[in-house]
Write a protein that binds this ligand. Sequence first.
Ligand SMILES: *[C@@H]1O[C@H](CO)[C@@H](O)[C@H](O)[C@H]1NC(C)=O
Ligand SMILES: *[C@@H]1O[C@H](CO)[C@@H](O)[C@H](O)[C@H]1NC(C)=O
Ligand SMILES: *[C@@H]1O[C@H](CO)[C@@H](O)[C@H](O)[C@H]1NC(C)=O
Length: 256
Amino acid sequence: MRGEYCVGGASFLSFVALLLLIFVHVGQINTSLVPHGIAMAKVDTSGFGQALHKVITDPVQGLYTTNYTSPLGQQNGLRQIYEFGLYSYCAYVNSSAGTCTNHTIADKFEPFIAITSDMLYNYTQYCDTMFVNTTFINSSYLAYNSRVAYYFILIGTIFATIALFTGVARRALLFFISTASSIIAALFILIGAAIWTSIVKKCEGINTVEISPLNGGVLSGFIMSYGNGIYITWAAFACLAAATVPYMVSCCTFRG
Ligand SMILES: *[C@@H]1O[C@H](CO)[C@@H](O)[C@H](O)[C@H]1NC(C)=O
Ligand SMILES: *[C@@H]1O[C@H](CO)[C@@H](O)[C@H](O)[C@H]1NC(C)=O
Ligand SMILES: *[C@@H]1O[C@H](CO)[C@@H](O)[C@H](O)[C@H]1NC(C)=O
């Protein structure tokens, strides 16, 4: 195969990977169309009100808010859907209207804190006992792992960029750099995607946890699920891994 075709293929795959990674980074930075559509994890809280009522039997009042602009984390009321990105999370009162937190580098994935900090204090107290022994409540574990995963994804993104820009020049040394960068990028994105997959998988335990074993097995009403950001990260890994082959071939055979 001629070197030019190899370089073209590798550049195309690197370009697609970088594009996908940019989508992952913009997830949930605000509520406009594209960022709104991309998240690493989602929690649907809409069933929790009924579940809580079954457990405490008293009427549950003021648990949710319909004011989509009220700030998050200040006991202003639970939103129906929480979506977590790499830099912030957003919460929505319906499929379109919501608000986001401020942006933080390596934002911590702490869904339990995000959700309970929107509730009135007396409801938060119930949550502390209901979710004891779940990974969902283990905010320090989730925060640590999500931050580690963030840095793997960030460094992977930087190396994917280097691979793309060094791959277009006709120099043997630069081909070597783009090959190496592509391999490093693939490895880092793989680890980042695997960590995110693992922590969300563990949090999915809340979907089946019985919050009141004595009262005939009431489910929490919280539904945690993978966001499409995780799948997009895996797709970026696949592109980067596929790009290493043509980069390597051009590195070893192209004599331009
Ligand atoms: C919604 O929340 C915002 C911000 O706290 C506040 O300014 C506004 O008055 C609230 N709207 C209603 C209808 O309560
Ligand atoms: C979502 O809520 C906002 C604010 O209450 C409202 O303006 C909008 O029409 C709602 N959208 C849907 C799809 O229900
Ligand atoms: C978010 O940013 C705004 C504006 O910079 C600031 O006033 C506010 O205190 C910040 N909120 C939090 C929770 O850090």
